[in-house]
Design a protein around this ligand. Structure first.
Ligand SMILES: C[S@@+](CC[C@H](N)C(=O)[O-])C[C@H]1O[C@@H](n2cnc3c(N)ncnc32)[C@H](O)[C@@H]1O
Length: 250
């Protein structure tokens, strides 16, 4: 009787071990595939950075391109686009590494002007310092525009809770060939980047492109779909690291 009980316990312990072992193997396989996926993504960014660095004509290192700045893949695409399409007037919301990359392309083109708008004295100031270090001042008009309540058309009906750059900062800009929307930061308010197109649609040149970064995020995806529907624009999605959508007037 005692022998049978011990046998049963032993069998049960063996079963439990086998179950645990299977779970561990499954977890191991998941972790391995996640590591391989991340390695592939990082390698793709390294490749983009390599080709970007070869194109740039800068004296100093670029600031880091992880986290807040645009990723190397979109920066490379931007540099290539500016050098081939030669837009004369560019507006970007959210300054930083992108400002340096665009100005470098404009200098290589020997023409064009970037209006770079930032809500932050601190980050806008840093960008301006980097621009000066590279003697790129002639290619950018960097404007600090604190955020204020946005009272016009928005995805959100409660306009008291939405903010955007002081409108005066863009008052004199027209005939925009390229509009790059990478600010204000998403945490500022719901759908923080939505006002860019309502504010500037009438001032886009006929063949202008609108680039919205971070469209792998659901909020930016919704902004993009709403612009396309309300402003009658075609959208092309590029599956870059953070997702890029490019909109053009139909
Ligand atoms: C997405 S970032 C713009 C990045 C820029 N286009 C670039 O490529 O570097 C949007 C805004 O975040 C702010 N910002 C930049 N770095 C930040 C940081 N480390 N912490 C908080 N805000 C930051 C800046 O004011 C910037 O305009």
């Amino acid at each position: 009787m005692r022998y049978n009980t011990n046998q049963a316990i032993l069998k049960r312990v063996e079963e439990l071990f086998a179950k645990q072992d299977k779970k561990l193997q499954e977890m191991q396989a998941k972790i391995l595939s996640q590591i391989q996926y991340t390695e592939k993504l990082n390698f793709a960014q390294n490749e983009s950075f390599y080709w970007l660095a070869k194109r740039l004509n800068l004296k100093n290192a670029l600031p880091p391109t992880r986290g807040w700045p645009m990723s190397p893949d979109v920066l490379l695409k931007l540099h290539e686009y500016v050098m081939s399409a030669k837009p004369k007037k560019i507006v970007e919301f959210g300054s930083g590494v992108s400002t340096l990359v665009i100005c470098d392309a404009l200098r290589q083109n020997s023409e064009g002007l970037l209006y770079s708008i930032d809500h932050s004295e601190q980050f806008g100031g840093q960008t301006l310092q980097n621009i000066k270090r590279e003697s790129l001042e002639n290619f950018v008009d960097l404007r600090i525009a604190p955020l204020e309540p946005w009272l016009s058309e928005h995805i959100h009906s409660d306009t008291k809770s939405v903010f955007w750059y002081q409108k005066e900062c863009i008052g004199d800009i027209c005939d925009i060939d390229l509009l790059i929307v990478d600010g204000p930061p998403g945490m500022t308010c719901p759908s923080a980047r939505y006002p860019a197109v309502p504010a500037l649609y009438d001032r886009l040149s006929p063949n202008a492109e609108v680039w919205l970064d971070d469209t792998s995020r659901s909020e930016e995806k919704k902004i993009c779909e709403t612009w396309a529907a309300k402003y009658n624009m075609n959208v092309k999605y590029f599956p870059l690291e953070k997702g890029l959508s490019v909109l053009i007037k139909k």
